[in-house]
Design a protein around this ligand. Sequence first.
Ligand SMILES: [Fe+2]
Length: 350
Amino acid sequence: MIRICTILLSFLIITSCRNDENINNKAEEENKKSESLTLYTHRHYDSDKMIFKKFEEQTGIKINVVKANADELIQKMELEADQSPADLLITVDAGRLVRAKNKNLLQAANSELLSKVVPQHLKDSENYWYGLTKRARVIVYSKEKVNPEELTTYEDLINEKWRNKLLIRSSNNIYNQSLMASIISNNGKDSAKLWANGIVKNFARSPKGNDRDQVKAILAGEGEIGIINTYYLGKLLNSKDSSEIAAGESVGVFFPNQNDRGTHINISGIGVAKHSLNKDNAVKFIEYLVTKEVQEVFAKANYEYPVNPEAITSDLLKSWGEFKEDKLSLTKLGELNKEAVIIFDEVKWL
Ligand SMILES: [Fe+2]
């Protein structure tokens, strides 16, 4: 009899523990599933804050922002696994979105509106991520020393006439890795290596600094042409520091490869986190970010190009003129990232 009682008691304890566990899990899930969205973002612009606040006012859905660089955020999501509070991930390069998808950190987010608004080459083929803004990686040139008629393509930058005149940041930067990936995709691996080698030969100095520093170096006479993302020129021209404005004013913008594939572009983009329990609201948020109004704020505040073709670009961007963009699927940039890094190492592009 005692034995039967013991068995019965154990059974009751185990069942009750299991129930507690279920209740706890449910509570945790309910916590995660709420009228708020947790956004892991690499973007660090004041305009974003304003945009998020407006969304909160319109929908009552609160946006909790976790800021860090994209590699840190991706690592965080990996470590957190199914316990991750992240609903959305924003990065500033397509290569990283591809990486996040490959690491199984995102989920498909299908939306009629998004498939209509975001052009095909600016989103994942399975809707794991969408571009929010575009940036063009252009050639800037000294207005004083360079006749823009001498400029044509990225490929022509290895021409001997640019020996010791070319400024570009280091190869560990993802913008350069994505540009390199686009060259591999368009011209093949061997030709891309020859190109990288030629670029190294034409360096005005060993790569250092960010994109803005390349423009400053042109004004300082260290080189005559540089490769930078367009919005950095916008930042210089709108700086509070007069020396930065002077640097920005000393260069012209040239969009390469207009007679063939077009200028290399990249995006900042967004995807829904794999373990988000708030997918409907997350998609609603992405849909909001690609509306004409929000896209115009994005474009104006950070000197980027909207992905929504109906949105109007800022006067500054208009002043640089319209350009043909390389419509290479951005997924390719992520796929070819490793090969790009290998070529950089081989040609000793620091
Ligand atoms: Fe940037």
